[in-house]
Design a protein around this ligand. Structure first.
Ligand SMILES: Cc1cc2nc3c(=O)[nH]c(=O)nc-3n(C[C@H](O)[C@H](O)[C@H](O)COP(=O)(O)O)c2cc1C
Length: 178
């Protein structure tokens, strides 16, 4: 699959088939995350691959019932958890780069999963304290985001995006690039 096709195909998948994910696909996805760029190549991230039903229940319990992605954690056969130690990255002019580092690893992971025909969904709206207890993540690590991973049980149309003219400028701020 061409990169642009993968980018266009990626959607937030919130319904999954119970079919297991092949270990070699999980290995490929983790490798893509490992190769992501990071601040000064410090690679502050750690990834957890969770399949056990009781652990997935613990993750789901850390989510507000109103989070539309909660059900997917129980449905998908795998959940990947992305953590980072801010002390292994840096803050520059008030910008905390561990968040960006993990974001890049997540997007590598998600696009690779899409190219393998798998579904994912960025999820960050959860109680970090509850998730930490459920997964026994050390206190120096932030749990930044998770994604369910599995074969999609839904087809989704693209969600709307802002027009390029609204967000991409040329030499002059506010003047659309063309
Ligand atoms: C940082 C971040 C956090 C998100 N957290 C959640 C979440 O907690 N639950 C959820 O269902 N979706 C979550 N999403 C998914 C977004 O709602 C979704 O990406 C957006 O609506 C666009 O839809 P699309 O991904 O299908 O293009 C999150 C996305 C990002 C980038």
């Amino acid at each position: 699959m061409e990169l642009m096709e993968v980018v266009q195909r990626r959607r937030s998948i919130r319904a999954y088939k119970p079919d297991p994910v092949e270990p070699e696909k999980i290995a490929l996805i983790l490798e893509a995350a490992r190769l992501a760029p990071s601040w000064k190549n410090l690679q502050c991230w750690r990834f957890m691959v969770i399949s056990a039903a009781e652990k997935r229940q613990g993750i789901a319990d850390a989510f507000p019932l109103t989070n539309p992605g909660r059900k997917a954690i129980l449905e998908a056969p795998v959940v990947i958890v992305l953590c980072a130690d801010p002390n292994e990255s840096e803050v520059w002019e008030g910008k905390d780069y561990y968040m960006l580092d993990v974001g890049l690893a997540m997007e590598h992971l998600i696009l690779t999963a899409t190219a393998q025909g798998l579904g994912t969904c960025w999820q960050a709206l959860f109680s970090e304290d509850k998730m930490r207890s459920a997964l026994e993540v050390p206190d120096n690590f932030h749990i930044v985001a998770i994604t369910p991973l599995g074969y999609p049980a839904q087809e989704k149309k693209p969600r709307p995006r802002k027009a390029l003219a609204e967000i991409a400028f040329g030499e002059q701020w506010g003047q659309p690039w063309s």
